[in-house]
Structure formats: structure tokens, C-alpha cells
Design a protein around this ligand. Structure first.
Ligand code: PMV
Length: 313
């Protein structure tokens, strides 16, 4: 027996950073993301004589295998008769939301494979235990994950939005986001301010998205990403994900905005930059990045749906 699923990465415009309940994975602040149609995870669950986890064609590390095994225990008491095969179409654990696409793909596949038939709330509650941001990849388009744990989708007019991921490095993160988040919560004097800023930004952003106010979407997303990184920079010891090249990309995007090209940037737990623009400005953005020496560019569009079952048998 087998079940195949696919899910997409989402990138937050207002970030999730900090858990107020680590057990249930309830965030301190609301976050808002867009699920994009690039950077996918394909997952297969199949019956086997013992548990194994194959990630990107290789046996996964003991740590990753254990994390997947523990996750599957939310669906079954018998994890020893399943083989998990997972394939990412992009670098894993480089701040490109591989845990979001990975755990959402795994959650929908497991829900079918083990016949748990979890409803929306139950599936969300389990999925976020794999990775908080994964709960947002259960859905397409704009998704808001609230600080009470609930999730909603927003029918915002974002059909002409485009994403350009500026890949600076596919290297593993300096620190996994789970650890970095906990470290920020406990040691950063800016963390209380971050919670207020992010909850306020989520409201501003959702209104701007619904009203098609691209300028405000951009201003809010950029300052929110910077506020998250500021909270980490103020931790002891500091967490520094951004690199010199990140700053160079930011300068290019700032320059474009000053010349009335509609675009903005955001960064997650890594140095890579995600630039969001609109179809009519895409070529201008791509050309400016190429002229600046950045050639590893990946273009995506909003995904119409989140994690889904591809096939089973
Ligand atoms: O879901 P996690 O534990 O990988 O955390 C994701 C954290 C950020 O990507 C930095 C922000 C976000 O909201 O996706």
C-alpha cells in the first residue's frame, strides 16, 4: 500500500518567530504567508517491514529520521511498518521553508495512509508539531496563522504577484529555526516588542492585501522581516543569518522601489532573499538582480492550493 502527496513552501510576509506554548506549538504572534508554486516536496508513504526515511535519495540522518518518526506517532502506534520517501525540489534546511512543505506533505499523506481522517483543526494541530510554519502550507494563497493557533485563508487579489527567490547559498542554516526562536524568546530584550509589532503588522498586512494596496504590503513585509532579524541580533549570543550579499540584494530592491518599480524583499532563517513583485515589473526586477551579479534566480507564482494527495494504491 502507498500514498503520494505534494506540498509547496510558503514564505511569510509577517513572520512566525517564537512559541508561547512549545508543546502545542502555539505562536506568540500572528503570521501571514503566501504559498508559492515553486519549491515543492513530494512524499511517499509505503508499507515496509521496518521504519526508514529516505530524504532526497539518501538515507536521512538519525536526527531527521527520529523527527519524522516522532511526528508519525501522532497518527499511529505502529510506525515500524512504514517507509517514508521525501524529495525536495530545492535545497533542504537553507531557510527555504523545506520544513513547511515537508511536514505539510507528510501530514496529509499520513492522514490518508493511517486512515486517521483528522478534520481541519485536528490536522492543523498535528501538522504544526512537525514545524510551525508547515500549518500554513496546508493551504494555497494567503494564509493567516493566528496567535490562538487557528488558521484562516484570505481571498486576497494576489493573482499577479510574482516571487523571485535570490539563492545566495544552499548551505545549511547556522542554527535551525526551532533553536534560534527559543534562544530569541529567552535572551533577546527586543522580543516583547517583536510580539507587539508582529501582531500589529499582521492586521495592517491583511487589510492592505485585501485592498490591493501593494505599497503598504511591501512596507509592512520589509519592516517586519527586519524587526524579526533585529530581535535575533539582540539575543545573547546574537543570531546572524544575513550576509553581505543579502544586504547587496536589499540595496538593489530599495533602488528599484525608489524608481517606482513595485517590489519588496523578505528574508527568513537564512541569508537568501525572497523578492515579491508583480507580473508587469518582473523583467525589470530580474534584470536589475542580474546586473547586480545575482544569477541564481527562481521565479514562482501564488499556489492555488496547499498540500494534496497525488496518488494512492
Ligand atoms: O516553522 P519553523 O519552525 O521552521 O519556523 C519558521 C520561521 C520563519 O521561516 C523564519 C518565519 C516564518 O513564519 O516562516
Amino acid at each position: 500500500m502507498f500514498v503520494k502527496s505534494t506540498s509547496y513552501a510558503n514564505f511569510a510576509l509577517v513572520k512566525y518567530w517564537g512559541k508561547k506554548d512549545s508543546e502545542k506549538v502555539i505562536p506568540f504572534n500572528d503570521s501571514v504567508s503566501v504559498t508559492w508554486d515553486i519549491f515543492k516536496t513530494h512524499t511517499i508513504l509505503q508499507s515496509a517491514s521496518s521504519f526508514s526515511f529516505v530524504l532526497n535519495n539518501n538515507p536521512a540522518s538519525e536526527k531527521d529520521s527520529e523527527r519524522v518518526k516522532q511526528f508519525l506517532k501522532h497518527f499511529t502506534d505502529d510506525v515500524d511498518t512504514v517507509k517514508v520517501i521525501s524529495q525536495n525540489t530545492f535545497p533542504t534546511a537553507a531557510g527555504l521553508a523545506s520544513s513547511a512543505s515537508g511536514f505539510s506533505a507528510l501530514a496529509v499523506a499520513a492522514n490518508r495512509f493511517f486512515n486517521t481522517a483528522f478534520d481541519k483543526e485536528q490536522l492543523e494541530a498535528v501538522t504544526r508539531k512537525g514545524s510551525g510554519s508547515a500549518v500554513r502550507s496546508l493551504y494555497g494563497g494567503v494564509v493567516r496563522w493566528r496567535n490562538d493557533g487557528t488558521v484562516e485563508t484570505l481571498a486576497a487579489p494576489i493573482e499577479d504577484y510574482v516571487l523571485v527567490v535570490v539563492l545566495l547559498t544552499g548551505d545549511k542554516k547556522v542554527m535551525p529555526s526551532r533553536e534560534a526562536m527559543a534562544h530569541t524568546v529567552t535572551t533577546s530584550p527586543y522580543f516583547p516588542a517583536w510580539i507587539d509589532i508582529a501582531n500589529r503588522d499582521a492586521n495592517t498586512l491583511c487589510t492592505a492585501l485585501m485592498e490591493g494596496d501593494f505599497d503598504t504590503v511591501g512596507d509592512t513585509a520589509q519592516s517586519n522581516a527586519m524587526a524579526m532579524h533585529a530581535s535575533m541580533l539582540a539575543a545573547t549570543p546574537p543570531i546572524v543569518y544575513l550576509k553581505d550579499e543579502t544586504m547587496e540584494v536589499i540595496r538593489i530592491i530599495d533602488g528599484l522601489r525608489q524608481n517606482k518599480t513595485e517590489c519588496f524583499y523578505t528574508m527568513d532563517a537564512g541569508p537568501n532573499v525572497k523578492v515579491i513583485s508583480r507580473k508587469h515589473d518582473l523583467d525589470t526586477v530580474l534584470n536589475a538582480l542580474r546586473e547586480g551579479g545575482f544569477s541564481d534566480l527562481h521565479v514562482g507564482r501564488p499556489a492555488k492550493r496547499g498540500a494534496f494527495i497525488d496518488d494512492e494504491g
